[in-house]
Design a protein around this ligand. Sequence first.
Ligand code: OGA
Ligand code: MN
Length: 285
Amino acid sequence: MTNAATLEATSSLEKRLRATDIKPQIASRVELSKEQLLSGEYAADLRELLERRGVLVFKEVNFTDAEQVAFTKTIGEFLPEMEGQEVYNITLDPKLNAKSDYLKGSLYWHADGTMNKVPIGSAILTSHVLPTWGGNTEFCNTYAAYELLSEADKNLVEGLKAMHSAWTSLFYYDPEPSYEKLMDMIRIGEVELPLVWKHRTGRKSLVLGCTTHHVIGMDATESAKLLVRLRDWATQPDFVYSHEWSVGDAVMWDNTGTMHRAMPYDPNCGRLLHRTKTAGEEPIQ
Ligand code: OGA
Ligand code: MN
């Protein structure tokens, strides 16, 4: 397609979805009604827009859990949690989630399921209890971050791989863990992933986040410099959308072309989001 044809296709897609850009490089607000979203009629359009924009925001759409599950199923293959839950409580409050400790890693830039053979495809969060302070969810567009790298940096990262592990993220929130805790996280395993994901669509995105330990074959200091510089680049304000929650909001992200994090909040304030997910469709390669 020519540029003009692409622009026209984009604007008719956005018209059908009643979608408007929130920021030039990331996130669209979609103002379809709940009934329209649940009908499944717009699912292919929503998937296309999600891939282009990284994040779709449905302000105060007020899905019930059953509606959130039904909507998620229109977007892709529904993926329950490992313990079987369809809808997962995202909260740092141990009374609401027995594994809330593990969620402390979500305060740092990451994508979901990086350690899986195939990472999560997309995910939806809905807001049920607001934080007393902080607690925005931030998203960055890792497609835009790759596409706007300098040619020199594109050449530099091409072909590089990094070691990822859950235990790396442990040190972000528990800098002096017990040996037992470290071993628990080490048992989750390690994977080598490319710094640049070549998607089957032909598009490329950066693969970073708090599971990234080091670049394979690189001196420790050089590796840290490169990984921090790339994370800094990918999370610069132009590539980031920060969502301030209202109760009833639903936010969906393309987990294959974005990273996200929770901003700090009072862990005892009851902040509660409900998450559903779709299965990924391709490994990181
Ligand atoms: C998640 C996550 C961020 C938040 O649900 O996967 O990282 O803002 N949540 O709670
Ligand atoms: Mn997450």
